[in-house]
Design a protein around this ligand. Structure first.
Ligand SMILES: Nc1nc2c(ncn2[C@@H]2O[C@H](COP(=O)(O)OP(=O)(O)OP(=O)(O)O)[C@@H](O)[C@H]2O)c(=O)[nH]1
Ligand SMILES: [Mg+2]
Length: 329
């Protein structure tokens, strides 16, 4: 073995002692290859790690676990919408979920901490959005069920790690990987026709760890280098900076509105809004409230922040976020 291996090599190599699954090992082998100086004296060791990567990949494919788990990873939707987190190892996905939801997913300073996807509820004003914390993905590994989970979700929150200089490439690789599975990530304002729902997902990037040294420069770099048109929000799950912006952006991705129904002579029930898709009409809202309502709907009255005070509207009136509606049958 050549003696001139850099100190990082030994540090990374020590992670192999606790590495349990093949994905994790592959990640370590790759990082080792990246830090080993490439010259004649290191050809053998690099070849050895390449072989180990190939072996670990075979092992992953042999494992029946992914196929078996496919069904159990269908996470039932609750709340105003389901948003899946996507990101490389150690980016801070779980810590973000923790601070946004108040739940306790496992957070640790080693990669591949999260092993299975799990849902948590994020409060936003008077609604709840379901966030799915997920195991990491890289250019090399994306488990078969992963793109399927993205297809079922309403939107995606991509988590970037600003402590990693390779972040633009890492993200582009993940985005490309999803594209190979026909899933495309779009900016927040994109319209998605219903028949394309599984394949087009609105997304936003949480550029995490803005608190670390050099993060500002990396954020700028991300803006310049990233091929994807998806918007970026600087955030620190550790310090709390940018969390409110993330909450708002996640809600906006869903393209839903909150509508309050009101009984004549009474106040609107602001604590329990109906969450409905953008562009919905009074008639469609009536149908969502109760199917008998829709059949017998005569007209509605609308109150909103823009000055409508009980204006009488017909069934084709298009509702907006925070409209108060009184249905008359
Ligand atoms: N400085 C700093 N550290 C952070 C921030 N967010 C997360 N971390 C740290 O980064 C490490 C990884 O955090 P996790 O939340 O476990 O990352 P993850 O993306 O869920 O990792 P995997 O589950 O392995 O994919 C932990 O040591 C966190 O404390 C941040 O905003 N700033
Ligand atoms: Mg995690």
């Amino acid at each position: 073995m050549p003696a001139n291996l850099p100190p990082e090599y030994h540090k990374i190599e020590s992670e192999l002692r606790t590495a349990r699954d093949p994905r994790e090992k592959i990640d370590i082998y790759e990082r080792l290859i990246a830090v080993i100086p490439h010259h004649k004296g290191t050809d053998k060791i690099i070849a050895m790690y390449r072989q180990k990567i190939a072996k670990a990949k075979e092992e992953m494919e042999r494992r029946p676990s992914t196929a078996k788990h496919g069904a159990t990873y269908k996470i039932e939707k609750t709340g105003a919408g389901q948003v899946v987190l996507i990101g490389p190892p150690n980016a801070g996905k779980s810590l973000l979920v923790k601070v946004l939801t108040g739940a306790e997913p496992d957070v640790a300073d080693y990669p591949f901490t999260t092993r299975v996807p799990a849902p948590y509820m994020m409060p936003f004003e008077n609604v709840q959005v379901q966030l799915i914390d997920t195991p990491p993905v890289t250019a090399e590994f994306m488990e078969a069920w992963f793109p399927e989970m993205v297809k079922m979700a309403d939107a995606a929150l991509l988590v970037a790690d600003l402590s990693d200089p390779a972040t633009p490439d890492v993200l582009d690789a993940i985005i490309r990987r999803l594209k190979e599975r026909k899933v495309e990530l779009l900016p927040e304002d994109a319209d998605v026709p219903p028949e394309r729902f599984p394949f087009l997902k609105r997304a936003v990037i949480a550029a995490n760890k803005v608190d670390v040294e050099g993060a500002t420069a990396r954020l700028e770099e991300l803006g310049l280098l990233l091929e994807s048109p998806v918007g970026k929000i600087p955030v620190s799950a550790a310090s709390g900076r940018g969390l409110e912006e993330i909450r708002r952006a996640v809600f906006r991705l869903l393209h839903v509105i909150r509508v309050y129904s009101k009984v004549p002579g009474k106040k609107a029930e602001r604590a329990s809004p109906f969450t409905l898709r953008r562009g919905i009409t009074v008639l469609e809202m009536a149908r969502a409230v109760h199917k008998d309502f829709a059949e017998n709907l005569a007209y509605a009255r609308v109150w909103n922040g823009a000055g409508l005070e009980g204006l009488r509207v017909n069934r084709d009136y298009v509702l907006a976020d925070e409209d108060v509606v009184e249905l008359h049958i």
